[in-house]
Ligand binder design. Sequence first.
Ligand code: HEM
Length: 147
Amino acid sequence: GKEKELIRDSWESLGKNKVPHGIVMFTRLFELDPTLLTLFNYKTNCGVVPECLSSPEFLEHVTKVMVVIDAAVNHLDDLDSLEDFLLNLGRKHQAVGVKTQSFTVVGEALLYMLQCSLGTGYTAALRQAWLNMYTVVVAAMTRGWAK
Ligand code: HEM
């Protein structure tokens, strides 16, 4: 449908430049909630966000996140097939101390990145399409918190 088309078209170029766009997203995330920085145990000598984001481990995580988004975009027709992977991914995030509420802030950071990159292409319909896909991904990850 129209939603999938909006997501696929907008990801076409973004997905080819995962790291720079991921950096915009995570810079925004840590601006919105600096306490999330403390959950990365490899954060050494990182007093300020820009320094953290240039560390190899951070860039690796940024890449990992973008690869998951890439997988979701590529599986828009069968997001269910990612269910087990995302549930496990949720478990891993519970283990490192992430709270499910933080995914709301991650969503805001994702939308911010899209807005920055797409400019006038960032329409209400596009925003809603991405939010819907993100909600499905986060719902699956959140099931990893269930006892
Ligand atoms: C792993 C933190 C959001 C994807 C990790 C790790 C930490 C972490 C500490 C383990 C160390 C590492 O692999 O770098 C966070 C925090 C987040 C967040 C604080 C924001 C609240 C996300 C999101 C995604 C994601 C939204 C994807 C949708 C991954 C992946 C791994 C990972 C794929 C590797 C898991 C594995 O080892 O199998 N994350 N993360 N993270 N994260 Fe995140």
